[in-house]
Design a protein around this ligand. Structure first.
Ligand code: CDP
Ligand code: MG
Length: 136
């Protein structure tokens, strides 16, 4: 049985700043993801705080929100079979140092905070996160 899903991907400021968006989009396309929607935006810190609310209690929360709002980002709706899990696999571990060869974070990530991409971690959160950026 097929299980087509949508997930949210964000190309974070460190990658947009280095002009890596086309290379990163190619990674998705060559791994059978369809980019259904995309937009380049620059969000406010208050919006980043809302988006990352789940991490509110973490010590890195304030820096994380300042960072995500520090420059332009590219937000995308990706679609494929098992998109949520497959995107997490393609992204690699949160810390690029721990990410496996061939993953986006291994190839492009700079550090645990500047790790180039965000991806939803569950189907439920993918719906919430896609609504956050794409609900009209
Ligand atoms: O992005 P991912 O789901 O892999 O990781 P997370 O645990 O949901 O954390 C969200 C983001 O916070 C990460 O992608 C990192 O950019 C950042 N982070 C950080 O700066 N320092 C940490 N110790 C952990 C996460
Ligand atoms: Mg996460």
């Amino acid at each position: 049985m097929s299980n087509i899903e949508q997930t949210l991907s964000i190309i974070k400021p460190d990658a947009v700043e280095r002009n890596l968006q086309d290379q990163i989009k190619s990674e998705f396309k060559s791994n059978n993801f369809e980019i259904i929607k995309e937009k380049k935006i620059h969000i406010l810190k208050e919006e980043a705080e809302k988006f990352y609310k789940v991490h509110e209690s973490k010590p890195f929360y304030s820096d994380l929100c300042a960072y995500l709002s520090s420059g332009p980002i590219v937000v995308m709706m990706l679609q494929r079979e098992n998109a949520v899990l497959e995107n997490r696999k393609l992204m690699g571990a949160t810390n690029p140092k721990d990410a496996e060869d061939g993953t986006i974070r291994k190839k492009y990530g700079i550090s645990i905070d500047k790790n180039s991409v965000h991806g939803s971690d569950s189907v439920e959160n993918a719906k919430i996160e896609l609504d956050f950026f794409f609900k009209d």
